[in-house]
Design a protein around this ligand. Structure first.
Ligand code: HEC
Length: 107
């Protein structure tokens, strides 16, 4: 029984570590995206959708749709084309964990 508890605890801790590294990788990769979407996925320009606080699954779906061509946008198709499935998960993890600010767009 004691061993089982230790195994469960180890699995739990290693799962957290994996989730954290996906977040960290996403944060690193988001530098490219921040020019338009803002540093943490919040921006005050209505031309660019806010990514902060979006559902992770929604972001994964949106990026895969640009990548497959199901969703068409000249800018995003180009960016999504260069992302691997792992990049998409990492970026979506990062942005979904940011706080979506209620900024009123200036322009
Ligand atoms: C040059 C500006 C620019 C850059 C850089 C950029 N995006 Fe975008 N992004 C846009 C625009 C414009 C749209 C809206 C496109 C549309 O109408 O479908 C968009 C849309 C999105 C959407 C869909 C949002 C929604 O609400 O449906 C996601 C997700 C996204 N971008 C993620 C990213 C990620 C991740 C990166 C970095 C790898 C990135 N973008 C880099 C301009 C940019």
């Amino acid at each position: 029984m004691r061993n089982l508890v230790i195994i469960c605890f180890t699995l739990l801790v290693s799962n957290i570590a994996i989730a954290d590294s996906s977040y960290d990788r996403g944060k690193e990769k988001s530098v490219t995206c921040s020019a338009c979407h803002g540093t943490d996925g919040n921006n005050d320009n209505k031309m660019y959708p806010r990514l902060a606080g979006q559902y992770k699954n929604y972001l994964i779906h949106a990026l895969n749709s640009y990548k497959s061509g199901e969703r068409k946008n000249a800018i995003m198709s180009g960016f999504a084309a260069g992302l691997s499935s792992q990049d998409i998960v990492d970026l979506s993890t990062y942005y979904s964990k940011q706080k979506g600010l209620n900024i009123i767009p200036k322009n």
